[in-house]
Write a protein that binds this ligand. Structure first.
Ligand code: NCD
Length: 305
């Protein structure tokens, strides 16, 4: 049985196949309407979510399956002290596949060791978020037309932003990718990302403090929210939250073909005045999230023996 805990659990070939499948679903949605008839997806969200949970649920419903689950730890027996492992052994009795989000890094991996059905990591603390990465890769492929030979700037909370960590891992396997890390000193990428991913794979990268200084070099600008829930104290959050605010004037020197991505939710970091700029792709990204999750559900269910 296959789980998806880390984006590196999938080979580049498998990711390419998922992207092709998602594009086929976009082109021929009718032919997928019955593919998961009588199958059930459980969404176990121990942390808040709008897009990830609802796109998983919409994905399963569009495949003809059904969904069950909970959207906060408080409404599950976790609030009575039940372990993740016991919860998973229980839900495995009811569902064919599980998407799980948890504030503790590694919780979905621990769950997968006890699960009778495939587990998908829908975000674990400040660690990883592989299905957002699949969404991001599908969006880059559709918007830029390729998954190689571009410069991507990651901007904002690169320390706690799990979508950043997973996307950097994924990009380390594609050709000729340059990475610009734009953050305040305190929110730079964790050491393991710098040493085990960027340096080890000899990825060309720079770390800078100013977004506008590097804007004209970027093909993709990946904005992120400062992750308030992972801060140890509110004062640090208040000091750092508005470090970068993308407004139309900051795009003056940007390439005309720039693609602006954001996993969302946004707070202040992209002004709504940018939304009408043709370079803004974050709502297209939301839509892509449903299709790539349809492709992933089909793949993991087809590999259950
Ligand atoms: C992200 C997450 O949960 O990590 N959102 C998402 O799943 N699209 C980003 C965030 O919360 O800032």
């Amino acid at each position: 049985m296959r789980h998806l805990i880390d984006i590196m659990d999938l080979s580049v070939k498998e990711i390419d196949e998922l992207i092709d499948r998602a594009e086929d679903i976009i082109a021929n949605p009718e032919s997928y309407r019955e593919k998961c008839r009588y199958k059930k997806l459980a969404t176990l969200f121990f942390e808040p979510s709008t897009r990830t949970r609802l796109s998983f649920e919409a994905a399963m419903l569009e495949l003809g399956g059904s969904v069950l689950g909970f959207s906060e730890a408080q409404s599950s027996s976790a609030s009575k002290g039940e372990s993740v492992s016991d919860t998973i052994q229980t839900v495995s009795c009811y569902a064919d596949i599980i998407a799980m989000r948890h504030p503790k890094e590694g919780a979905p991996l621990a769950a997968s060791l006890k699960s009778g059905v495939p587990i998908i990591n829908a975000g674990d603390g400040g660690h990883n978020h592989p299905t957002q990465t699949l969404t991001d890769l599908l969006t880059i492929k559709r918007e830029l037309g390729r998954l190689e030979g571009f410069t991507v700037g990651f901007c904002g909370d690169l320390k706690f932003g799990r979508t950043v960590h997973s996307l950097i891992s994924a990009l380390s396997r594609y050709e000729n990718i340059k990475i610009v890390l734009i953050s305040p000193e305190e929110l730079r990428v964790p050491g393991y990302v710098r040493d085990e991913i960027l340096k080890k794979n000899k990825i060309e990268y720079t770390e800078v403090g100013s977004m506008t200084d590097v804007m004209d070099t970027l093909d993709i600008l990946y904005m992120t929210r400062v992750q308030r829930e992972r801060f140890f104290n509110e004062d640090d959050y208040l000091r750092l939250r508005d470090s970068y605010i993308l407004t139309p004037d900051k795009l003056e020197n940007a390439k005309s073909g720039l693609k602006i991505l954001h996993p969302l939710p946004r707070v202040n970091e992209i002004s709504t005045a940018v939304d009408d700029d043709p370079r803004a792709c974050y709502f297209k990204q939301v839509k892509n999230g449903k299709y790539i999750r349809m492709a992933l559900i089909l793949k993991l269910l087809s590999e259950v023996r």
